[in-house]
Ligand binder design. Structure first.
Ligand code: IPD
Ligand code: CA
Length: 266
């Protein structure tokens, strides 16, 4: 049986805001200590990432004990309800470590594998976005929903493109080579450091397009739904966006943009 999407969103939002408040209060002044590394020496984790994910798991399972869970900092849990949660407790950990105020909590719910609900909150500023599949995406102003419609793009050559780079040096080198071919063909790029916040920014017109390789499901799920529901087209190399490639653009330039990204060798 299908879960009520508004109920799932209400849970995602309640837990996301509590998690953001926890991270805000737990963050010491200055640099945050790194507790371990993952895919490379620069792919860092802090004790606060881990504690934040534990908090989110506890709250979700207290409310919905039969659901599954996929989180960046813990083991996957297979559920029995058809709903599973895809969670990044801090998306933008490097920014968090250095004190750059662009890192968020990203919580999505999937029904039978399809992302149906997303909630993203910028921990430092409190800015919040939500989305329900088929029902739109919005920025929150208190409890009010300011519906998002991504603006059209007149010329690709004038596009401001959000992007990011993988933590693995060999992958970064390939991304940099593709970027060298790409950057003369657009206005400029922005590397903000939090994929979910990039995608929410794209949905509200802060950027014209997006490209990144190496995203994990928790980087993409909630922000990707916010972007899609704002009218953007998301694609992978050929088919759905995935770890190999995520591209996003307004339908007015999507095909031309996807062609450009592929031609640059991403
Ligand atoms: C990272 C951020 C970054 C992206 C990386 C992600 P994390 O997530 O979203 O913008 O470029 O690919 O891994 O590690 O800070 O949760
Ligand atoms: Ca993270």
């Amino acid at each position: 049986m299908s879960a009520d999407h508004e109920e799932l969103l209400a849970l995602a939002r309640r837990v996301g805001l509590e998690a953001a408040a926890y991270v805000r209060s737990a963050r010491p002044a200055g640099r945050v200590d790194v507790s371990s590394t993952k895919s490379s020496e620069t792919d860092v984790v802090t004790a606060i990432d881990e504690a934040c994910e534990r908090l989110i798991r506890e709250r979700i399972f207290a409310a919905r004990p039969d659901d599954g869970f996929v989180g960046e900092e813990g083991d996957d849990v297979a559920g029995a309800s058809g709903v599973d949660w895809v969670v990044d407790p801090i998306d933008g950990t490097v920014n968090f470590v250095y004190g750059i105020p662009t890192y968020g909590v990203s919580i999505a719910a999937r029904q039978d594998g399809e992302v149906v609900v997303g909630h993203v909150v910028n921990i430092a500023s409190g800015a919040e976005w939500g989305a329900v599949a088929g029902a739109g995406s919005w920025r929150y102003d208190g409890d009010e929903r300011l519906v998002l419609t991504a603006p059209p793009v007149a010329r690709l050559a004038h596009a401001l493109v959000a992007t990011g780079f993988n933590y693995v040096p060999e992958v970064r080198a390939k991304q940099a080579a593709a970027m060298a071919a790409f950057i003369p063909q657009v206005r400029d790029i922005r590397r903000i450091g939090s994929a979910s916040l990039d995608l929410c920014g794209l949905a509200e017109g802060q950027f014209d397009a997006y490209v990144e390789q190496g995203l994990k499901p928790w980087d993409l799920a909630a922000g990707g739904l916010v972007a899609r529901e704002a009218g953007l087209v998301l694609s992978g190399l050929d088919g759905e966006p995935d770890e190999r490639l995520v591209m996003a653009a307004h339908p007015s330039v999507a095909e031309e943009y996807f062609e450009l990204v592929r031609a640059c060798g991403f």
